[in-house]
Design a protein around this ligand. Structure first.
Ligand code: IMP
Length: 481
C-alpha cells in the first residue's frame, strides 16, 4: 500500500529538521532511520557509512532491527549487496530466496522479507547506504523510492559535515568538547583515514585477523586527550578496532621509550573514556590476546595444517544461535530429543542445546565406517533411551555424500518417533550421492576437507574454535572417513 506524496513531504521535512538539529551523528541518524521507516511503512531502516578503503560499512543509525543485525558490527562492503556501493538502487523482494543475499537463513530467522537499498553519494561516489526492511514481501512505489533517494541526499550532506567537524575540531570550548567526547558514539563516521598501514607490523596483524576471519577497522577513531583553550592539543588514534570483540588495539615494538609513552597515553585515554576497551600489544602479545578470545592456539600466528579459516568462532556462534531460534519456534510447546553422532558433533551440539528454549533431552550414537569404500556404516553405540512417539531432531556436524545420515535416519525411523528431522551445521552439497532431507542447515561448505569446531582429521583439530579448510596436500588421495 503506497503512501501519499503529502506524507512523504512531511516526513522529508522531519528528516531535514533532525539533520539540522545539531545532535551527534548517531542520534541524528537513528532519528532519520525512524522517520524514514515510518514514512515508508517499513519495519526497519539502517544507515551505513563506508570507510575510506571502501571495505567496511559501519552502522551509524538504525530503527526497528533486531539485536542480531546490530551486533553484526561492521559489514564487509564487498560481500553485503555490493551493487549499492556501485551507485545502484537494489531491490530484493524475498531476502530468504534471493542469491544476492549473503545469509538468507539470517534474513529468514530475523523475519526480513523485502529490502530496498540506495547509495548515499558524496561528490558522485558512494560514501554510505540506506537500507529499508519489511517483514512481508512487498514492492515499493516510485514515490517511496524517490523519497528514499532524497533522504540519502540529506545523509550525504550530514556525513560530509560530520567529517569536517571531526577533522577541524572547531568551535567548542574545551570543557564542552570533553563532555561531548566522553559521550561520543563508539564509531563515528570517519572516511578520511590513511589508506596504507603506517608500519609493517600493523599489516602483519591485519593478516592474522583476516586469517581468522575477525572483522577489523584500521584507525577508525581518534580520541582527544588534551586541550589548549578551544583547540585539541593531543590526540590518540589506536591502530585497530575489532568490532566483534569491542576492543581497540594499539601495537607497539619492544622499545622501552615507546612503550612508556604509549602507556602514558593509554592511561589518559582510560581516564577520559572509561567505557572504551583498549589494549597495548607487542607483536608476540597479540596472538595471546586472540587465543584468549578463542582464536588459534596460544603463541602461534597460524595453525599448522589449516589452509584458511572458513568461519570464525563469532560467525559460528551467531549462526548456531539463529538456528536454535528457528528450532525453538518450530517446536514451541513440544519436547524434543536431540540425537548426535559422536564425536564430530560435540561442539555444535553443546552450543545448539544451550540456545534452545524448549524442554530437551540428549542422546548420542557412535558409528564406524567399514567396507571397501569406507561407506558402509556400523553402529558401535546405540541410543540409551527410547524415541518411540517422541519428536526427534538428528544433529549432525557435516553431511557429505549423505550415506551416513541416510543409514541413521533409516535406523531411527524404525523406532517410530512422532517426527524425525535433521539439523546439520555444515552441508557439503557438492558431494551428495543420496538426497537426504535437511531441515536446518548452518552453512553450505565447498568441496574441501574441513576441520575444527569438533570436526577432525585423523583425530586432530577438533579443538579449534573456528572451521577451517585443511591443507589439501595433507589429505593427498585419501577420502574422508
Ligand atoms: P557422509 O556419509 O559422506 O555424508 O559423511 C559424513 C561423515 O563424514 C561426517 O559425519 C564426518 O565424520 C565425515 N566427514 C565428511 N566430510 C568431512 C570433512 O570435510 N571434515 C571432517 N569430517 C568429514
Amino acid at each position: 500500500m503506497a503512501r501519499s506524496r503529502g506524507s512523504h513531504y512531511s516526513a522529508l521535512r522531519r528528516v531535514a529538521r533532525v539533520a539540522n538539529s545539531g545532535f551527534g551523528l548517531r542520534k541524528t541518524c537513528n532519528a532519520i532511520a525512524k522517520s524514514t521507516a515510518r514514512a515508508m511503512q517499513a519495519n526497519g531502516c539502517r544507515i551505513l557509512s563506508l570507510n575510506a578503503r571502501r571495505e567496511y560499512l559501519i552502522t551509524v543509525g538504525t530503527y526497528g532491527l533486531s539485536d542480531v543485525y546490530l551486533k553484526k558490527g561492521a559489514l564487509d562492503a564487498r560481500k553485503s549487496l555490493p551493487d549499492i556501493l556501485e551507485g545502484k538502487e537494489v531491490f530484493i523482494e524475498d531476502a530468504t530466496k534471493d542469491e544476492r543475499v549473503q545469509h538468507p537463513q539470517v534474513a529468514l530467522a530475523q523475519g526480513v522479507a523485502s529490502i530496498l537499498g540506495v547509495p548515499i553519494l558524496g561528490k558522485g561516489e558512494a560514501i554510505g547506504e540506506i537500507r529499508i526492511y519489511t517483514r512481508e514481501p512487498r514492492r515499493f512505489s516510485e514515490a517511496d523510492r524517490s523519497f528514499l533517494l532524497s533522504v540519502a541526499n540529506v545523509c550525504a550532506v550530514m556525513f560530509e559535515r560530520a567529517e569536517l567537524q571531526q577533522l577541524l575540531e572547531l568551535g567548542y570550548r574545551a570543557s564542552e568538547r570533553r563532555r561531548k567526547a566522553s559521550r561520543a558514539s563508539p564509531l563515528p563516521v570517519t572516511t578520511l583515514r590513511p589508506t596504507v598501514f603506517a608500519h609493517p607490523s600493523e599489516e602483519d596483524f591485519a593478516k592474522v585477523l583476516d586469517f581468522y576471519c575477525i572483522e577489523w577497522l584500521y584507525e577508525p577513531r581518534s580520541f582527544p586527550l588534551k586541550w589548549e583553550g578551544d583547540k585539541i592539543a593531543e590526540m590518540f588514534t589506536p591502530d585497530f578496532y575489532l568490532p566483534e570483540l569491542d576492543i581497540y588495539v594499539e601495537l607497539t615494538t619492544l622499545k622501552q621509550s615507546l612503550i612508556t609513552e604509549k602507556n602514558r597515553k593509554l592511561r589518559q585515554l582510560r581516564e577520559l573514556y572509561p567505557d572504551v576497551n583498549v589494549r597495548l600489544l607487542t607483536k608476540t602479545d597479540f596472538t595471546k590476546l586472540l587465543a584468549k578470545y578463542g582464536y588459534g592456539p596460544l603463541g602461534e600466528a597460524k595453525v599448522e595444517g589449516v589452509d584458511r579459516v572458513l568461519y570464525s568462532h563469532a560467525q559460528i556462534q551467531r549462526r548456531v544461535k539463529a538456528l536454535a531460534g528457528r528450532i525453538s519456534r518450530d517446536y514451541a510447546g513440544e519436547r524434543l530429543v536431540l540425537i548426535g553422532v559422536l564425536k564430530g558433533v560435540l561442539c555444535f551440539m553443546a552450543d545448539l542445546m544451550q540456545h534452545l528454549s524448549l524442554p530437551v533431552t540428549v542422546d548420542f550414537m557412535a558409528i564406524s565406517h567399514y567396507g571397501g569404500d569406507g561407506q558402509v556404516v556400523k553402529i558401535t553405540r546405540d541410543l540409551d533411551s527410547t524415541i518411540t512417539g517422541q519428536h526427534v531432531l538428528m544433529v549432525e556436524d557435516i553431511v557429505d555424500t549423505g550415506m551416513t545420515l541416510n543409514y541413521l535416519l533409516g535406523h531411527l525411523s524404525a523406532h517410530t518417533p512422532a517426527s524425525l528431522r535433521v539439523c546439520t551445521l555444515l552441508d557439503k552439497r557438492a558431494r551428495r550421492l543420496i538426497n537426504v532431507p535437511l531441515d536446518y542447515v548452518g552453512f553450505e561448505v565447498p568441496d574441501e576437507f574441513v576441520v575444527g569446531y569438533g570436526l577432525d582429521y585423523k583425530g586432530e583439530y577438533r579443538n579449534l574454535p573456528f572451521i577451517g579448510i585443511l591443507r589439501p596436500e595433507l589429505i593427498k588421495d585419501e577420502e574422508p572417513a
